[in-house]
Design a protein around this ligand. Structure first.
Ligand SMILES: *[C@@H]1O[C@H](CO)[C@@H](O)[C@H](O)[C@H]1NC(C)=O
Length: 228
């Protein structure tokens, strides 16, 4: 009887198991450090009701592109996947597949992207609803934090019941949104500078890359905290 190892099927089985090995996962630990319940939202990832102190663990493929995580406040559930929120509502469902209603503080990331690095940021380009930090869990050291409650200091022009709008959302001009003749050269405005003063490491408007983009090597895990 010939040994199993000499049989071609053996090698096919090994090859098959190599090919079907899942892509390595990156873990995001989302923490609610706020006094209020926050309904976490993630694309990819869905949603999760988080009481004060709660943690939500998300595993995503290590090549995930253009992902976002945010918090929703003032939510009321209706039915198994129905959820209507005062801020960050994603079309009335608990498990988000579409972006949330603005204004929302956003954590954004792409894993194993340009230069083979993870890139991540906190963005106030869609306005502000909750303070947030976005830190590597270990290894890589730097990540942004926007701990100020911009609700309280929001310029009266930008204030809405749901938080603090960005100038692009509020006025929708090419200049504030960095469109058309402002694509290449889009200077900060007094509105974007207001956000930048509150949260220097977050995106205050679309072309704020230089001081707002963070990178870590692939394989890094991350911690996102609401109300750090
Ligand atoms: C900011 O304002 C919104 C809308 O009133 C509210 O739902 C949210 O909880 C506020 N955020 C904080 C940190 O108080």
């Amino acid at each position: 009887m010939s040994s199993m190892k000499s049989h071609p099927i053996f090698y096919l089985l090994i090859l098959g198991s190599l090919i079907s090995t899942p892509i390595h996962a990156t873990t995001f630990t989302v923490k609610n450090n706020c006094q209020q319940t926050v309904w976490g939202a993630a694309i990819p990832g869905g949603g999760n009701a988080m009481s004060p102190g709660a943690t939500w663990t998300l595993d995503v493929p290590s090549n995930t592109n253009a992902a976002r995580i945010w918090g929703r406040t003032g939510c009321t559930s209706n039915g198994p996947n129905g959820l209507t929120c005062t801020t960050g509502d994603c079309g009335g469902v608990l498990n988000c597949v579409n972006s949330g209603a603005t204004p929302t503080t956003l954590a954004e990331y792409t894993l194993t992207g340009s230069n083979n690095m993870d890139t991540f940021d906190i963005s106030l380009v869609d306005g502000f609803n909750l303070p947030m930090s976005f830190k590597p869990a270990s290894g890589c050291s730097n990540g942004p934090s926007c701990a100020a409650n911009i609700n309280d200091s929001c310029l009266s022009d930008l204030k809405v019941n749901q938080g603090c709008l960005s100038a692009c959302e509020k006025f929708n001009t090419d200049e504030y949104c960095c469109r058309n003749q402002f694509v290449e050269n889009c200077p900060p405005s007094t509105y974007s500078m207001f956000f930048k003063n509150q949260c220097p490491d977050a995106y205050s408007y679309a072309k704020d890359d230089a001081t707002s983009t963070f990178t870590c090597p692939p394989g890094t895990n991350y911690v996102i905290t609401f109300c750090p």
